[in-house]
Design a protein around this ligand. Structure first.
Ligand code: C5P
Length: 236
């Protein structure tokens, strides 16, 4: 597969066409944003870590029967994926209270949830990604109810699978965000799964190993991302 024309740029990635109309080329950037784009910075090595981490997780999920857009790595910070028509719904799964859930429901960060929670957000910059429910999704025609059934089922499966996978690596999967898209009529998991889009805590020390280190100026951001990749590669 050959890299072709630049298509567009998001906050964390650049997308290029390829010589195959079914595939696109993704370049992961070191630039980081938080708080709806208000905080900006660079996390050196982030593009490399997020690309490698996402590749490992997508390949593992595929093995477990979850269809994803991932095709293959194309370099240190590049991967080739199936072209998706993105469904503009961000799906957040949560196992432990943190972030906006702690704030909204007044739950202390770190409180285990009696039952995991799924949330939906409308992926829309102008509206600042408001939280929505399935009625909103239906009335805005963001996804069909059949697609939502698939998305919910997959999101719960992915939560189950990843929670166990990370537990074996000594990591608590606190929460994470997923995006899905349509490729040749099929719903596929898209975007990335990385410390940018998940909250990971060390199971023993409960140290944060994710983007919250950047959001909250905790230092050791690059080291945290590297630690996640190392754990996934088997070192502990
Ligand atoms: O901020 P909040 O607590 O709602 O985030 C929940 C999870 O979703 C976190 O793991 C966060 O990194 C992720 N997230 C994301 N992209 C967004 C919003 C949240 O990856 N636009």
């Amino acid at each position: 597969v050959q890299k072709r024309d630049f298509l567009y740029e998001g906050k964390a990635k650049r997308i290029y066409q390829t010589d195959d109309e079914n595939l696109v080329w993704i370049e992961y950037k070191d630039e980081a944003t938080a708080f709806d784009g208000l905080k900006k910075g660079v996390i050196s090595g982030k593009g490399y870590y997020n690309n490698q981490i996402s590749a490992i997780l997508f390949a593992w999920l595929e093995e477990k029967g979850i269809p994803t857009h991932f095709v293959e790595l194309a370099g240190e910070r590049e991967m080739i994926v199936k072209r998706l028509e993105i469904i503009p719904v961000e799906v957040v799964a949560r196992n432990v209270a943190a972030g906006s859930l702690s704030k909204r429901l007044g739950l202390e960060e770190g409180t285990p949830l009696q039952r995991p929670v799924l949330e939906f957000y409308y992926k829309c910059d102008e509206l600042h990604d408001p939280m929505i429910n399935e009625y909103h999704i239906a009335t805005l025609e963001l996804a069909t109810s059949e697609q939502m059934d698939i998305i919910k089922k997959r999101a719960w499966e992915i939560n189950e699978l990843l929670t166990g996978y990370f537990k074996e690596k000594g990591i608590i999967l606190v929460d994470f965000k997923l995006e899905f898209g349509i490729h040749q009529g099929e719903v596929l998991l898209g975007d990335e799964i990385s410390p940018d889009t998940c909250r990971f805590w060390d199971a023993e020390s409960r140290e944060k190993l994710d983007k919250d280190r950047f959001r909250r100026d905790l230092g050791g951001v690059e080291e945290a991302y590297r630690e996640i990749l190392n754990r996934l590669k088997g070192g502990r």
